[in-house]
Ligand binder design. Structure first.
Ligand SMILES: O=P(O)(O)OC[C@H]1O[C@H](O[C@H]2O[C@H](CO)[C@@H](O)[C@H](O)[C@H]2O)[C@H](O)[C@@H](O)[C@@H]1O
Length: 281
């Protein structure tokens, strides 16, 4: 783990001391799950389920906060089973799917979800024509129920396709009262109003968090980072960890610590637990 400043190191020490009331929020793709070409073939890092179970025993609560649909991340992450294991220790796992639009917890096991946004069906009807017009007819379109993600990763020139599509999809989304969420070789289109920062605020309130750690890798995590920073301004010990990659650096400037992708994230969590144990003994 590399701290980005002395203040980052101090924040870490305070968070360790506040472990009893610490809530840890984790992004999924690029943080708990290594990035792969095909989104359907993503899988949680082999070591992550065990570490999440261990972590839950060290802190007040843990939550996966993702752009993925909650049901999908439960399957790709084996999170139902993680929830079972947490339950044995009297703990609860929270999942916020689709940028906080969906909620699941290991206690009630039901995904709570709103209706799809009004403009999504008409957006989807127009999408193929716009993709063809932008020479992106072979982009992979991931329909997520409440949102749609247009992936360029498997195209001949992913960066060029992304740059062509971003203004076109932003305009199409605007006409259908939707917003875009750019990410790592992906442009997501979803309803306005909800974002990962709102999920952070909900967790702080419901869990009565006295400290917060958020770990993310991509632009969709910026809202979560900003929400955490607002709580820091109010005096809460917090730590922001960037799961670093060659693809996205937007979080580096906001982060207190940068680690090397999902391997680094799990290394960070192991260190955090060891330091919490040491502080308690
Ligand atoms: O909030 P997250 O958990 O980070 O989810 C964000 C989006 O991640 C997925 O796409 C990303 O991961 C794919 C698999 O590794 C990769 O192929 C793609 O290029 C990445 O952008 C997912 O497909 C989206 O639905 C998520 O919203």
């Amino acid at each position: 783990m590399e701290f980005t400043s002395e203040q980052g190191e101090q924040q870490y020490a305070e968070v360790v001391r506040s472990a009893d009331s610490l809530v840890v929020g984790l992004d999924f793709d690029g943080t708990l799950s290594p990035i792969v070409e095909d989104p359907e073939h993503a899988h949680i890092h082999d070591d992550a389920p065990g570490i999440l179970v261990d972590l839950a025993g060290h802190v007040r609560a843990i939550a996966v906060v993702t752009g993925r649909p909650a049901r999908q991340v439960l399957a790709l992450g084996g999170l139902d089973e993680v929830g079972d294991a947490l339950g044995e220790g009297g703990r609860e796992l929270f999942v916020f799917g689709q940028y906080g639009n969906e909620r699941w917890s290991s206690h009630n096991r039901r995904v709570i979800s709103p209706r799809p946004p009004h403009g999504l069906a008409s957006f989807l009807r127009e999408l193929p024509r716009v993709l063809r017009r932008e020479d992106a007819g072979d982009a992979y379109v991931e329909e997520k129920g409440l949102a749609v993600a247009v992936h360029t990763r498997r195209m001949a020139d992913p960066g060029a396709a992304f740059r062509r599509l971003l203004p076109a999809l932003t305009e199409l989304a605007r006409r259908h009262e939707l917003v875009v969420e750019p990410g790592r070789n992906v442009i997501e289109v979803r309803s306005p109003g909800m974002h990962k920062g709102a999920a952070v605020d909900t967790l702080v309130e419901e869990q009565e968090a006295g400290a917060f750690v958020f770990i993310g890798d991509d632009l969709g995590d910026v809202d979560a980072f900003q929400a955490v920073l607002a709580h820091r301004k109010d005096g809460m010990p917090t730590l922001l960890v960037c799961s670093g990659s060659d693809e996205e650096s937007a979080l580096v400037d906001l982060a207190d610590a940068v680690v090397d992708g999902p391997d680094g994230v799990l290394g960070f969590l192991r260190t955090l637990m060891a330091d919490i144990d040491a502080a308690r003994s």
